[in-house]
Design a protein around this ligand. Structure first.
Ligand SMILES: [Mn+2]
Length: 329
């Protein structure tokens, strides 16, 4: 396939070559060809890479609507319109470092523990040598093995978590590993600092007030969806940045942080959410924060209309990749 590489601001790779960029949509129409994220090269097409996009098609940890196992392919399809120049950030993310689509990590749909045990080494392999990873879920269960691999590589991290839900519940039907429990497990395992974690977009009904007090005891700050009714967005960005500080940061984006008007295709939708414009602005506001890896999860395309959700998710992933390629490594 023909490809184009941005050389506008690109440092050369160790081999002296500029990064291999996406297929040029002015040569091959963007609706043609197999789907990689943003039409980036596949892993086998490059000698080395700095940032990997990887699909994790696992949804056996879901508690309501299933279907996020189809998220990776839907987000890739929704990413076909992404172009190489990020105008909002004045940068060309795929020209600065080598970004690659590493395909999907195969994991057992019938055994959650085994799947977690497959995801962690799959991610660790990509992280070896200093690369960062953006995972396309899959349900939120995948954040736990992502965090295990990321912490093994970068040490304990601060978590920036966009979600309608806390995801710090203890068990569901007696199960400790579900899409509602990954961040309690992560704290218990020492993967997260207790001083730098923040949830953004939390809303909706809970089981009890203790859901919130237990979450606070685990060391999380909550910036709920209603904060956006009163507080200007730059002020919220400032609070998030102050909380994250200079530590390595993992960003986990549950697409249900968006209002169902902006993301209908998700497993546990809640009314009263953020707009896609707000979430994109929040991610852009992280420029300079030490983001080391990220995920975007819970896209369940069977409930989508006109690719609303998968396009939103693809654009969030593009902003995450912009952050990861913004710092020289
Ligand atoms: Mn979640």
């Amino acid at each position: 396939l023909p490809s184009t590489s941005d050389t506008r601001s690109s440092p050369l790779s160790a081999a002296g070559e500029p990064p291999r960029g996406p297929v040029d949509a002015r040569v091959v129409p963007r609706y043609a060809g197999i789907s990689t994220f943003a039409r980036l090269p596949q892993l086998a097409e490059v000698d080395r890479f700095d940032v990997a996009v990887v699909g994790i098609p696992f949804d056996s940890g879901t508690t309501y609507r299933p279907g996020a196992r189809f998220g990776p392919s839907a987000i890739r399809q929704g990413s076909r319109l992404l172009r190489t120049y990020n105008a909002a950030m004045d940068t060309e993310p795929f020209g600065r470092l080598q970004v690659v689509d590493a395909g999907d990590i195969t994991c057992n749909p019938f055994d959650i523990q085994e799947a977690i045990g497959q995801i962690e080494p799959g991610v660790a392999t990509l992280l070896a040598g200093g690369a960062s990873v953006v995972a396309l879920g899959g349900d939120h269960t995948i954040a736990l093995p992502m965090l295990r691999a990321v912490c093994a590589r970068f040490g304990q991290v601060h978590l920036l978590h966009f979600d309608a839900h806390l995801d710090t519940w203890d068990t569901y039907f007696g199960a400790s590993y579900t899409h509602g429990t990954p961040f309690r497990r992560a704290v218990e395992e020492g993967l997260l600092s207790r001083t730098g974690n923040v949830h953004v977009g939390i809303r909706g009904s809970l089981y009890a007030a203790t859901d919130l007090s237990e979450d606070a005891a685990l060391g999380f700050e909550v910036i709920g969806a209603t904060a956006f009714d009163q507080e200007p967005l730059p002020s919220i960005v400032g609070r998030i940045r102050a909380r994250l500080g200079d530590a390595p940061v993992y960003v986990s984006v549950d697409i249900d942080v968006l209002d169902p008007a902006h993301a209908p295709a998700t497993g546990t939708p809640e009314a009263g959410g953020l707009t896609s414009r707000e979430v994109l602005a929040l991610v852009r506001g992280l420029r300079g924060v030490r983001v080391v890896s990220a995920d975007i999860v819970e896209v369940a395309p069977a409930y989508d209309h006109a690719e609303i959700t998968s396009i939103a998710a693809a654009n969030v992933a593009y902003e995450l990749l912009t952050l990861l390629t913004d710092r020289e490594r």
